[in-house]
Design a protein around this ligand. Structure first.
Ligand code: MG
Length: 314
């Protein structure tokens, strides 16, 4: 049994050119819940001027029905101000973020890693005091677009620090899709040696170079059971048309289910959510299973049309 942490409403939509209406976001989350996902990152509380696509975060949370038993809605939180706004909506599960590499952290967050840690100490401390669950993302764990190689020992230290602050899930992010399975094995081993239980680790891989599923399999073999995915692979790389972004939820559900490892997500319902999402976004999406699903549907329609023509001429 594995858990798929679905990031589409946040990580997927924040990279889209169009701003998806609040009702469509709520409908998307409802579809994800109906498909069987139990962990859904529904929005972020990053300053609206930075990410206008998610400016309606409070509305999304307020309009969502109460999460059914066993389902957790997560919100991405950058700082204390964001946490205050999120608390007003009654959020119970938050995700924080910083980078494993210094340069990416500075370019992305305008802070040193040390400054990020002191910001997160305040955010996580308050969140834990409020009884919230905290996931902490570490970006660029498997490579940095500015620095190249990232020191895994520094990543382990950051993970341990975030854990000591109260984060109970550390999501190791492959921001630019540079990771490989050997790296995944190595970093998980180093985390375990440092006393960080594998049950508190999650992987957030990008399929930029086609390695996301291989990395997830390596992660599974190393004991990880939480894998991030987005519907039809949206997000991750907004400016290259057709480029793969996040690992696609349907792809990883298909792979694990085919191996006999259950996800509790209905693959057909997940795939239909991809069809819905492509319609909402008005563009073709890159996910491999998504494309297979569309192909299978159109072959079925062709076959039905041929049969109808044959019956008409008979
Ligand atoms: Mg991502």
């Amino acid at each position: 049994m594995i858990r798929v942490y679905e990031v589409t409403p946040r990580d997927g939509l924040q990279n889209e050119a169009v701003v998806v209406p609040t009702e469509a976001k709520v409908a998307l989350v409802n579809r994800l819940v109906a498909a069987g996902y139990t962990d859904i990152e529904v929005t972020s509380f990053v300053r609206p001027s930075w990410i206008p696509q998610l400016a309606d975060g409070p509305d999304v949370l307020r309009q969502l029905p109460r999460a059914p038993e066993g389902v957790r809605y997560w919100a991405l939180i950058p700082n204390r101000r964001g946490l205050e706004r999120a608390l007003d909506t009654g959020v119970e599960h938050i995700a924080t973020f910083m980078s494993a590499s210094e340069t990416h952290n500075r370019k992305n967050l305008n802070r040193t890693r040390r400054e990020s840690l002191s910001n997160l100490e305040a955010v996580i401390g308050e969140a834990v005091a409020e009884g919230l669950t905290v996931r902490a993302y570490l970006s660029t764990v498997f490579g940095c677009p500015y620095e190249g190689t990232v020191d895994p020992a520094a990543t382990v230290e950051l993970a341990a620090t975030l854990r000591s602050m109260g984060a109970t899930e550390i999501a190791l992010g492959d921001t630019t899709g540079m990771g490989n399975p050997a790296q995944v094995q190595r970093i998980v081993a180093m985390m375990t040696e440092a006393g960080i239980p594998v049950s508190e680790l999650a992987l957030h891989m990008h399929d930029t170079r086609g390695t996301a599923l291989a990395n997830y399999l390596a992660g599974y073999q190393a004991g990880i059971r939480v894998f991030d995915g987005s519907t039809a692979g949206v997000g991750g790389c907004p400016y290259a048309p057709g480029a793969a972004g996040n690992a696609a939820s349907e792809d990883l559900i298909h792979m694990f289910e085919a191996m006999g490892i259950t996800t509790n997500v209905d693959l057909d319902a997940a795939a239909e959510t991809g069809v819905y999402l492509a319609r909402v976004l008005g563009r073709e999406l890159a996910g491999r299973y998504h494309r297979y699903h569309l192909g299978a549907a159109s072959r079925k329609a062709d076959k039905a049309a041929r049969a109808a023509r044959k019956a008409a001429t008979a």
